[in-house]
Design a protein around this ligand. Structure first.
Ligand code: NAD
Length: 358
């Protein structure tokens, strides 16, 4: 039996979590779910969006499956997702992006692995609010020590990139490539402009690559990478990026394979694994039983593999492939038109997968 922390999250989280739980249970794998709260509702009740019980449960079980959680823009609580990644040192965000036969995409045969650094960069949470005393002091310090100007009405976010965090994420990318028979790792950066942060990322990646002679290494500037991925995605294999570019390129890659409804992910430390879809809580669809549960179900497939349940993971993946290829029980986002009256509901997709599980 496996003990797993289950965090339904908020917005569309609870409905896709329910669908995912049902299909995983239908594989026959014995899981004891520890259902824990995080997000908007618990914040309103308990004053924190991430209760200590939830953190303790993940630390104890070491494996969690998580629905999306809303982050209020510019006010309210800080991102629970960022806090979780930082508190548990989930330094790696692993996002496979693969085309499924039958999914509506502009591209075929995409098979990319996005490896995103998860703990530093502009997401480190080191921010200085416009007009505060400390921000004014910081601005003065920067002007005095660099001679550069910063307008007094600026807000400031700090972008730390370290050798330590870069080494471990790039090592992860190469080790993943080796274990999974991948041929190339591409490091993405903007080192031409940010010499001391992205420049350090690139130098460190180059140094790590020297220890992996069996795998090709190259680097790309992030703006060029965006164009390359849209023009010739088949040239790329494993892509390793600092946090912000990783976030953006993950959504771009999701677009290549048919949208966010199909993009799964995992946040990993050396001990703990939290599986979650790439997409957010899509609040406008909350409670409508309408959205695509496949990104979260595919995150569940990743989780089963991680738990050593490779056979069940394969069966579930096959059932998902059949449902997508058949195209009958898929949600609105996978239909040619989003108002297609034949679109399946979230729970119908789960039922169809369960039916195909053998
Ligand atoms: P989003 O991913 O929630 O939604 C963007 C759009 O993508 C939706 O309007 C919808 O059209 C589509 N979409 C997303 N998931 C879908 C699904 N399963 N099926 C069908 N269509 C789907 O992005 P957003 O609107 O920028 O963010 C909403 C909230 O989610 C924000 O508060 C954001 O901070 C949060 N968020 C959370 C996570 C996470 O929990 N890991 C990740 C990203 C965003």
């Amino acid at each position: 039996m496996h003990a797993v922390t289950l965090i339904p999250g908020d917005g569309i989280g609870p409905e896709i979590t329910e669908a995912t739980k049902r299909v995983i249970e239908a594989t026959g794998v014995d899981i004891k779910w520890d259902i824990c709260k995080a997000g908007e509702e618990v914040f309103e009740r308990e004053g924190t969006p991430l209760p200590q019980d939830t953190l303790d449960s993940i630390k104890k079980n070491k494996v969690a499956l998580k629905g999306p959680i809303t982050t209020p823009v510019g006010k309210g609580f800080r991102s629970v997702n960022v806090t979780l990644r930082q508190t548990l040192d989930l330094y790696c965000c692993l996002r496979p992006c693969k085309t499924f036969k039958g999914a509506r995409t502009r591209f075929e045969n995409i098979d990319l692995i996005i490896v995103r650094e998860n703990t530093e960069d502009l997401y480190a949470g080191i921010e200085f609010e416009k007009g505060s005393d400390i921000t004014n002091k910081l601005i003065k310090f920067i002007i005095d020590s660099t001679g550069k100007t910063i307008r007094s009405d600026s807000g400031i976010s700090i972008k730390p990139i370290s050798i330590y965090a870069t080494e471990r994420i790039v090592r992860f990318a190469f080790d993943y490539a080796r274990k999974n028979n991948r041929k190339k790792v591409t490091a993405v950066h903007k080192a031409n402009i940010m010499k001391y942060s992205d420049g350090l990322f690139l130098d460190t990646a180059r140094n790590v690559s020297k220890r992996y002679n069996d795998i090709e290494f190259e680097d790309k500037i992030v703006d060029n990478m965006c164009m390359q991925l849209v023009q010739k995605p088949e040239f790329y294999d494993v892509i390793v990026l600092p946090n912000l570019y990783g976030d953006i390129i993950s959504d771009l890659a999701a677009g290549l394979i048919g949208g966010l409804g199909l993009a799964p992910g995992a946040n990993l430390s050396n001990e703990i694994a939290v599986f979650e879809p790439v997409h957010g809580s899509a609040p406008k669809y909350k409670g409508m039983n309408k959205v695509n549960p496949l990104a979260m179900i595919l995150s569940g497939v990743m989780m089963l593999k991680h738990l050593g349940e490779g056979e069940a993971a394969k069966r579930l993946e096959n059932a998902i492939e059949k449902v997508i290829e058949e195209g009958k029980y898929v949600t609105y986002d996978m239909k040619p038109k989003s108002d297609d009256p034949t679109a399946a509901t979230t729970s119908m997709v789960a039922d169809a997968i369960i039916e195909k599980l053998i």
